[in-house]
Write a protein that binds this ligand. Structure first.
Ligand code: 2M8
Length: 465
């Protein structure tokens, strides 16, 4: 495959490679963007590898192995693995101070991100041409994936109801989504220590390097950093964090990925001849699918987020992009599917000129250009496309998957590889591409989509359909 845009995508990924020597080993990772994100992010890297596998297989394994080198002794795979020589990103390793708790030499954050990794690894395993190498790769990564999933299940679902709890908005990957507003509001700004506020004033730079109006607002940012400071003061003791955190939420997006990741891990375990783990992860997959299905609210027609902070059970009904993620986990029944499709094709909700906005356009909290409160993101488009393809018995779902694919590819080709995009170009023709540029996530997703769905340009059935 070689078109100028495809070559540009490869070039971005190549330019974003970052190498460090640690423990006498070279670690090669792909940064999200040199304009700001100078470290390795968990679910970005899981996605990068799905594009990299089509360029250079070794590079794809290295991306994953490098991420896994940040795995804590207790199984947690953190959301950032830091490059020690880079100090422009805030909050950096000095702020997180996770060294003692992690038990490893890599410097990392202390929270995780949507557990996309098993899904990515299953895809790599399928795509690797040298089958011997594929098995070596699987043997290396499988025990680490298993310990990550067991860690999440133990600490994040101790009640065993199938839904994991996230303890920071950043764990959802959709940082400032309106889903978090009502939980974050309970953290009084006056209770945030002065020194935390001072560090933010002195060091926050995303809103200076990027466009302030497109980034999370200050009040939210204070709470993000406060939560980190709090967990640090509890020495990253996850028992304490889970019982005392002021932010504990069962998120639909995170759990839909968890469901599908357990399916991937069950398949990988079976592939490796480990039927016991195969059965275990299959049971987790089914348990989460049923729990997601039951989060449906028939009045608002949304899958609800559950605030479980301090033992409460408060259902939140914000209509955001997370609402479509149960499709990705095949957790929606026929009635739910049709309700979701109605919203998807409604220009007042999600069918904007460049779909799918991260919050429904009709939502009072929708903001056209502010990060995860309105803009369109390639990663969530990918989930929606592949979610629709889960419903291949319904020609309308397949039709919409094809339309969504074309629109996503077109959006990237027209605007280049940016962090996120204006969902409704309208008059603002100068502001179509938003966030930081030369963005690896968008480049990798573009490459992945082109390879995975080559039939897009024809009318052949799509894979999975
Ligand atoms: C954004 O999140 C980081 C914090 O993790 C940030 O704003 O500094 C989110 O879009 C997240 O989903 C993404 O993984 C990360 C790197 O691209 O940036």
């Amino acid at each position: 495959m070689s078109t100028p845009v495809y070559e540009a995508a490869k070039e971005i990924l190549q330019n974003n490679i970052y190498e460090i020597m640690l423990d006498n080993k070279t670690h090669r990772r792909t940064l999200p963007s040199k304009e700001f994100y100078m470290h390795q992010w968990n679910w970005d890297s899981a996605t990068h590898a799905m594009g990299l596998i089509h360029i250079d297989e070794t590079w794809a394994y290295e991306e994953i192995l490098c991420l896994l080198s940040g795995q804590w002794k207790n199984g947690l795979i953190p959301h950032i693995v830091f490059n020690p020589a880079e100090n422009s990103y805030f909050p950096g390793p000095d702020f997180w101070k996770t060294e003692k708790a992690s038990g490893i030499t890599q410097l990392t954050s202390g929270i995780t991100q949507p557990p996309l990794l098993a899904i990515s690894i299953e895809y790599l395993y399928r795509e690797i041409k040298d089958r011997k190498q594929a098995d070596v790769f699987l043997q290396t990564v499988l025990p680490k994936l298993i310990s990550y999933h067991k860690h999440l299940k133990t600490y994040r679902d101790s009640e065993d109801n199938g839904l994991l709890t996230i303890i920071h908005p950043w764990e959802s990957g959709t940082d400032n989504s309106p889903r978090w507003d009502r939980v974050l509001e309970t953290i009084q700004l006056q209770t945030i220590p002065k020194r935390v506020k001072e560090s933010i004033r002195a060091q926050r730079s995303d809103n200076v390097k990027g466009v302030t109006a497109h980034r999370p607002i200050e009040k939210d940012y204070y709470r993000y950093i406060y939560l980190i400071d709090l967990y640090k003061s509890w020495h990253w003791d996850y028992k304490k964090i889970m019982s005392d955190t002021p932010f504990a939420v069962k998120d639909v997006l995170f759990n839909a990925i968890w469901c599908r990741a357990n399916c991937a891990l069950a398949n990988l375990s079976e592939q490796a001849g480990d039927t016991k783990h195969g059965e275990l992860f299959r049971s987790w997959e089914n348990q989460t699918r049923n729990a997601l299905h039951d989060l449906w609210d028939n009045e608002e027609k949304v899958f609800m987020t559950v605030d479980v902070t301090h033992g409460k059970k408060r259902y939140l009904k914000e209509n955001t992009i997370a609402n479509f993620l149960p499709l990705y986990a095949k957790a929606a029944d026929e009635k739910q599917l049709f309700e979701l499709l109605n919203q998807l094709v409604d220009p007042q909700s999600y069918w904007t000129p460049f779909p799918f906005p991260s919050t429904a356009v009709s939502h009072e909290k929708f903001e056209l250009t502010r990060y995860w409160r309105g803009p369109t993101w390639p990663i969530t488009n990918l989930f929606i496309i592949e979610g629709l393809l889960q419903y291949s018995d319904y020609p309308i779902a397949i039709f919409l998957a094809r339309e969504a694919l074309k629109k996503t590819i077109n959006m990237i080709e027209l605007n280049g590889f940016f962090e996120y995009y204006h969902p409704n170009f309208g008059k603002e023709s100068s502001g179509r591409a938003l966030g930081f540029g030369a963005f690896s996530w968008s480049a990798a997703i573009y490459i992945y989509l082109l390879h995975e769905y080559q039939s897009i340009k024809t009318n052949e059935p799509l894979p999975g359909a």
